[in-house]
Design a protein around this ligand. Structure first.
Ligand code: ADP
Ligand code: MG
Length: 234
């Protein structure tokens, strides 16, 4: 994928992101790391076009992220699963495909089942979110993101509400998606997953990009901020 940030700033009540610049080309899986409050979620929301920056230019794959075509070619997985509570896992996906992709009910159900199986949820398909584990619900929301066949998938701390066992289960399922040929931009605190899955890492601190490069920067941090961060997450 290609990512371009040109002087990107974002302000809520105060400025959160400070004139970020970035130009990447050819990476498949980009991790954004940093302590809480450093601006990771804000940046990933801007990159996905969920929000517009206060100033500056953002392009992904040569498209403005506000572009309607771009918005239809991406998927987003949030910290919490975001499934409709009154719908089964399968209905959650079927509804999206019918409403936003004009799919027939039969096709939508077939697609939903296909992706739920890919995420190893074969026997959970007809359950409500409250009747499956947090890890299963999160895998269902990954299946939902995949079901629209996006080119690029965003994940913002997809395992932050899960215990270590369920975290491992979800991250393993994400790693299995590598063969699909899709691109990923994700935020996580699980550094072993960053090392396994990312081919590029962006380290943020206080709204700035402090270091970036191959996952090796985690083993050989240059800045004091990344050194301190790596002490904390180990
Ligand atoms: P991270 O994901 O790294 O924890 P965030 O991007 O969520 O960081 O937040 C960065 C800063 O922006 C934090 O200080 C947070 O309180 C603030 N912030 C995030 N979202 C909003 C919002 N919608 N309104 C006001 N402040 C926000
Ligand atoms: Mg966040």
């Amino acid at each position: 994928m290609k990512i371009l940030l040109n002087q990107v700033s974002h302000t809520y009540d105060v400025e959160i992101l400070h004139q970020l610049n970035l130009s990447l080309n050819g990476y498949k899986s980009v991790a954004i790391i940093g302590v809480s409050g450093s601006g990771k979620s804000t940046l990933i929301r801007l990159l996905s076009g969920l929000e517009s920056p206060s100033s500056g230019l953002i392009k992904v794959n040569d498209m403005h992220v506000s572009d309607e075509y771009y918005r239809r070619r991406i998927g987003f997985v949030f910290q919490n699963h975001n499934l409709f509570p009154h719908l089964t896992l399968k209905e959650n996906i079927t509804l999206v495909l019918e409403k936003t992709r004009n799919m027939s009910r039969v096709d939508a159900q077939q697609t939903a089942t296909h992706y739920l199986k890919m995420l190893h949820l074969d026997d959970q398909i007809d359950k409500l979110p409250k009747n499956v584990s947090g890890g299963q619900a999160q895998r269902a929301s990954i299946a939902r993101a995949l079901s629209i066949n996006p080119d690029l998938i965003f994940l913002d701390e997809p395992t932050s509400s899960l215990d270590p066992i369920l975290t491992h289960e979800v991250l393993t399922a994400i790693e299995e998606l590598k063969g699909l040929g899709k691109d990923f931009i994700f935020v996580t605190h699980v550094m072993s997953f960053v090392k396994d899955f990312a081919d590029y890492v962006i380290f943020m601190d206080k709204g700035d990009i402090i270091e970036m490069g191959s996952p090796e920067i985690l083993d050989y941090p240059k800045s004091d901020a990344l050194k301190a961060f790596m002490q904390k997450v180990r």
